[in-house]
Design a protein around this ligand. Sequence first.
Ligand code: NOJ
Length: 745
Amino acid sequence: MNKYTKILAVVLVAALKACTPQPQSTADARVEALLKQMTLEEKIGQLMQKNGDHPQLHDLIRAGKLGSVLNEPNPEKVYELQRLAVEESRLGIPLLIGRDVIHGFRTIFPIPLGQAASWNPALVEEGARIAALEAASQGINWSFAPMIDVTRDPRWGRIAESYGEDHLLNGIFGAATVRGFQGSDLAAPHTIAACVKHYAAYGWAEGGRDYNTVSIPENELHDIILPPFKMCIDAGAASVMTAFNEINGIPATGHIPLLRDVLRHQWGFEGVVLSDWESLTQMVTHGFTPSNKEAAYMAMQATMDMEMASTAYETYLPELISEGRISIKQIDDAVRRILRMKFDLGLFDNPYPFLGDFPPLLAPDHLAAAKQMAMESVVLLKNEGVLPLSTGIRRIAVIGPLADAPHDQMGTWVFDGKKENSVTPLQSLRELAAEQGLEIYYHRALELSRSRQITNLPAIMRDVQRADAVLLFIGEESILSGESHCLANIDLPGAQEELVQRIAAAGKPTAAIIMAGRPVTFEKVEPYLGAVLYAWHPGTMGGPALVDLIFGKASPSGKLPVTFPRHVGQIPMYYNHKNTGKPASDQTWERLDDIPAEAPQLSIGNTSHYLDYGFEPMYPFGYGLSYSSFQISNVTVETPRLKAGENLRVSFTLTNTGQMEAAEVVQLYTRQLFGSRTRPVRELRAFEKITLAPGQQQQHVFEINTRELGFHNPDMVFVTEPGTYHLWVSNCSQSGTQQSFEIIR
Ligand code: NOJ
């Protein structure tokens, strides 16, 4: 061996070492020791996840041919499955027990879209901590949440499960959920692993129809869709789930550029990647691979570790290996990541953490947290002095299909919540009425939110006539949102518009409380309502939370995490849109009826709008009223000229100018005026929820690094460009006094 071959050999050995993970900890060493003992069948078994009712579950576990089970929430059965795995399989490898713990386990919190409306990450983290605690007590160690799919389409049923239209909000609440589930020690018995989903762009489905094709420019994929995933991974998320959809022609589960190149190589993610339910074999249905075997090949090449429900890995990986198309190293890497997650969860040391000490499901502090979250998620959209109900109001007509709908108020994705634990608004109102001598006249009016027939209208109207005020509980049942539950028409379903109009005719102070899994378009009936509280699906404690708000024990403080369109035809409608070359303005012609007959082509202007619905939403992103009032003053850009990479500092004073303690969400938006690509008219950069007593004043400072203002330029390089930027400190995406700052070279 000459000098050069020796050097080459040294370099090669070093390079090989760098490629093969070196044991860094006892866990790594134990994983490596285990890997050495495993047969190929056992290794491939670790890559499989099967449903709890799979007929061969026990045999597969005993044979060491299963890595994970989903949908088995019965702790006795989980005990038996883990026992089989650790005591009866050859190598005693424990199981990952997965479940959709989306917004609570038994104590149900508001749907994630509602949680985002709280603009309170600490509360979201606490909710996830409680969900993890309850789920862990039943043997679950892996939650398929958070879902951080940015979406601009309220027709999409799973908007309920997202944190709305903004990527920063999705990232912040997603990361809060990861921290809540995983705590500071994944091995602690009370924590469970998070699974960030759906990687990627699942919320971008054309037309808001679930599973539909996604076409998205590369820069938007990187600037809007991916950042929340990166934030969750930086928060320590143990796993990622791929999406059902294709992205620009490549199904997510076999998407080599997104999975292998971005997630693994660029971001260094070493956790587990799980497919969605049969999304691996659906690559055949997509028309991407000719067979399940080729689908398995693509998914493996993309570094997709575990297959949910379908069986292509177990069926075809042995063949793919013997053909030399998939290497043992690829299999080992996937198994290593799965075993590592099991070690991190502490399952090798204690496969039965759920046998330890746990508070009961629905413990009082869990319910209190769910109530607080429900209160903070409610958005007051309109109030002409109707709310809070004044003490003079003694007789209240409570009308509508959602006043007493214990199942529906829990919302979508509730596998383990029970309707008998829900406290409905009607129950809470009746309790309060008994304490305070109020009279409640209740009518469901419609059997379901989508019923077309109002029942007992004469009796309803008699009671409305003798009431001092009317509370209308309207909206959508939970089944109208969620997976594959998309709608082409997002108006209030059934005869609800008619119901509102008939009741309004009585001229009583009327407040609507809308429970829904998405923004519904209710412009037609909004003028009939004196107040509107948007409650989403508020969960187990929706009733007491709403009653506290209705009677002014606390003020609403939620803000919209998503734009509310006036009409479905305006979709997509979102606050961080581009200006276009012909932006609409207040002068824009907007009334179809007023256009003169045979008007000349150019007489009504040329701007980007709809002749019948204009260009404004019904309610903008970030909007929400309070029973109190606030003033934002002394907004000072403390760094008016700064370099890319330096921190932008903006100070302001918030004053509660009203009569009651309340919270305001102060939002920081920026706009880059010119760029190598056009930039949105506003982008949310930071926010702070501040509670103040009447008359109280507080100074705050937003501080962000200018790197956070960057984007991918036409060469797909992430840059923060020099130039003039506008800035607003405001309480909504459409308000605030404009300031500016300069980024210099
Ligand atoms: C399909 C859904 O898309 C995913 O979010 C969920 O976690 C799995 N099914 C398992 O229920």
